[in-house]
Design a protein around this ligand. Structure first.
Ligand SMILES: CSCCC(=O)C(=O)COP(=O)(O)O
Ligand SMILES: [Zn+2]
Length: 195
């Protein structure tokens, strides 16, 4: 499978989970010349090859038609910031939107077996934090918040907005996205029970 096909499969999978409502979300993978990224405003349940653009690491379009994602410059900033990042997957889910809005200083996790799906974790018996950065429509400002909090080896939440998962490969990034979403769903469910 080419990395373009693998990225398209990851986007379709995320969309089938219901994680890209109303065209929300954007997705990218590092490429030799820069990165492949979704065009803006596309329905991710019907994604196809011509919905991807090739950009250089400054976010300039090299190939493809349409406008790159409104958040493409944040993807570019991530690839510049950390050469080990090979993929960035961004979704809009209810749990990530609600919890990042409610806990703008980060979300602590402890005792969940699923923590082990996040790179560098080998036990449930540790407290780890999912970072939250403030939202902004200005990608330079958003990128500055991300740089200030780096390293964030699995990704981060944007307050009231969604999840940005990162990974060395598309497969690792998918695993991080799925694990983060699962862990947030657990936290949200527990918050209902503790009322
Ligand atoms: C429709 S949700 C608002 C925009 C957004 O946050 C998003 O993820 C999708 O933007 P894009 O330009 O990548 O379609
Ligand atoms: Zn978004």
């Amino acid at each position: 499978m080419t990395s373009q096909d693998e990225l398209l499969a990851a986007i379709s999978w995320a969309a089938q989970q219901g994680w890209t409502p109303a065209t929300g979300g954007n997705f990218s993978a590092r490429a030799p010349q820069g990165y492949l990224v979704t065009a803006s405003g596309r329905d991710k349940t019907r994604i196809q090859a011509d919905d991807l653009l090739l950009c250089d690491l400054d976010g300039r379009v090299l190939e493809g038609s349409g406008k790159p994602s409104a958040e493409s410059d944040l993807h570019a900033a991530l690839y510049r910031l950390d050469p080990t990042i090979g993929c960035v997957l961004h979704t809009h889910t209810v749990a990530s939107t609600v919890l990042s809005h409610r806990f703008p200083d980060g979300i602590a996790l402890n005792g969940f077996e699923m923590q082990k799906a996040l790179h560098g974790n080998s036990t449930h018996d540790a407290t780890i934090c999912l970072p939250v950065v403030p939202n902004s429509q200005d990608m330079d400002e958003l990128a500055a918040h991300v740089r200030a909090g780096w390293p964030m080896p699995w990704g981060f939440l944007v307050a009231g907005h969604g999840i940005y998962a990162v990974g060395a490969t598309i497969a690792e990034c998918r695993r991080h996205l799925e694990a983060i979403e699962f862990l947030l769903a657990c936290v949200l469910e527990e918050s209902r029970w503790s009322k």
